[in-house]
Design a protein around this ligand. Structure first.
Ligand SMILES: Nc1nc2c(ncn2[C@@H]2O[C@H](COP(=O)(O)OP(=O)(O)OP(=O)(O)O)[C@@H](O)[C@H]2O)c(=O)[nH]1
Ligand SMILES: [Mg+2]
Length: 440
């Protein structure tokens, strides 16, 4: 019994042991299974992380490529800009000859120029090649204006005395040369009065016509009290060049800088056209040619009045006689051009109340009546003191100078007849009328 009991107990113990072992094994297996799952999970997470890492790298690569592309795009823009600036600089005529020009042939041009000088009281030993050269240019420049005007006029007048009919023809010709209705009326009615009093021959008619035209041009000059505009010593003279885009402000300023420094005035340029990126470079080229410093502010959208502010400070420090200010023909914003000019003037008035300020309207003669319209609207609001007529070379509308004098009442101060540094001179009404009506 005992044995049996023993064996039962033993068996029970064994069972319990086996069960426990089985239980343990099961647990062990479950544990392993869990661990396996854990591992698998970790493996998955690892893969997930690797994938994310890869994606991140991919994104970074794309970002880099994007930046690279943007950089390339920027470089392209930069190159295009440089190319444009280069082009604009090339557009400035480079074939300058600042030295004294060569004496040309003893031809009709020379004779005519010398006679024009002599008629103004010049002595033989006072005449320079420069003056002959300029008058030749002026006469040549006004050739187109003369054609279909003087040539036709001379044909019509011939050597016969003037008649009321020939006056009608003259009226048409003057209007066609852009002389303007007011000036034409004035000239024709004086001629008519003269004709009522006496017989006027062809040649005398031309002489009278020249005199009348000169009177019209001279009137605003006389009214201004200054025959020839020159900087006054001992004061700061500030000349603002204003006008719509493309008329020749910057080129004219370059030529003025040359004239001024050559005449021993201490000169400085203010680059207050902050609209065109290349405007400053264009001015610097002119500055180098005439040996005149240029004050500028290269930052984008710089304030023109601030540039003038800086330039005045420099001008005071350096004892400058003439400060030439280039202004924009257009603005970035819808701001009124006139408001901008008024702001510039205010700065000048505030900083140098005793400065002699000239606001010179630059007009492109080739624009004829259109240019005259611009002149009128500028004159209304910009407080102008004079005009500079450019591009008289190769236009048939040189007569517009008369309309500027008569209708806008502005003294013409300088005229430009070419793109070169020497192709600008103080205005001389006698020479101008002689060149316009030269009979060949
Ligand atoms: N033939 C001829 N061309 C001229 C004369 N003056 C200026 N030009 C030309 O006219 C063009 C415009 O001249 P700019 O001086 O740049 O004109 P701007 O008024 O400063 O123009 P913006 O600054 O754009 O308003 C240039 O190609 C000049 O060379 C002239 O007297 N005769
Ligand atoms: Mg300009």
């Amino acid at each position: 019994m005992t044995n049996t009991d023993n064996s039962r107990e033993w068996a029970a113990q064994a069972y319990a042991l086996l069960k426990k072992r089985q239980e343990q094994q099961k647990q062990e297996l479950e544990k392993q299974e869990q661990q396996k799952q854990e591992l698998e999970k970790q493996e998955q997470q690892k893969q997930e992380l690797e994938k994310q890492e890869q994606q991140k790298q991919e994104l970074e690569k794309q970002e880099q490529q994007k930046q690279e592309l943007e950089k390339q795009e920027q470089q392209k823009h930069e190159l295009e800009k440089q190319e444009q600036q280069k082009q604009e600089l090339i557009d400035i005529p480079n074939k300058e000859n600042i030295a004294e020009p060569e004496l040309g042939e003893f031809d009709d041009n020379f004779t005519w120029s010398a006679m024009v000088l002599a008629a103004q009281g010049k002595k033989i030993n006072q005449i320079s090649i420069d003056e002959i050269d300029w008058l030749t240019k002026l006469r040549r420049g006004l050739e187109e204006t003369r054609k279909g005007f003087v040539t036709e006029l001379l044909d019509k007048l011939g050597d016969d005395p003037l008649t009321p009919e020939s006056l009608d023809d003259l009226e048409t010709l003057l209007i066609r040369a852009d002389v303007g209705i007011d000036s034409t009326d004035k000239v024709i009615s004086s001629l008519r009065t003269k004709l009522n009093e006496e017989v006027v021959g062809g040649e005398a008619g031309i002489k009278f016509l020249k005199k009348e035209l000169k009177l019209i041009i001279d009137k605003p000059i006389k009214n201004s009290g200054t025959d020839i505009l020159v900087p006054q010593k001992g004061k700061l003279n500030v000349w603002l060049l204003v006008g719509v885009n493309g008329v020749g402000k910057t080129t004219t300023l370059g030529k003025l800088a040359h004239l001024s420094s050559k005449s021993n005035y201490k000169t400085l340029i203010a680059a207050a056209d902050t609209f065109r990126a290349a405007a400053v470079e264009q001015l610097k080229v002119w500055g180098e040619r005439s040996n005149v410093d240029v004050i500028s502010n290269q930052s984008k959208n710089a304030d023109p009045a601030a540039v003038v502010f800086d330039a005045i400070n420099s001008a005071k420090k350096r004892n400058v006689d003439l400060l030439l200010v280039d202004t924009a023909g257009r603005l970035q914003t819808k701001n009124n051009l006139m408001d901008e000019l008024a702001k510039i003037k205010k700065i000048i008035d505030k900083k140098v109340p005793d400065a002699l300020v000239e606001s010179l309207l630059v007009l492109d003669a080739s624009q004829g009546q259109n240019g005259l319209k611009q002149a009128k609207s500028f004159a209304k609001s910009a407080d102008l003191s004079g005009a500079i007529i450019t591009k008289l070379d190769g236009t048939s509308r040189g007569g517009v100078s008369l309309a500027v004098s008569e209708e806008v009442n502005l003294p013409i101060r300088f005229i430009g007849a070419g793109e070169g540094i020497k192709d600008l001179r103080p205005f001389n009404s006698y020479e101008f009328v002689e060149a316009m009506l030269a009979d060949k």
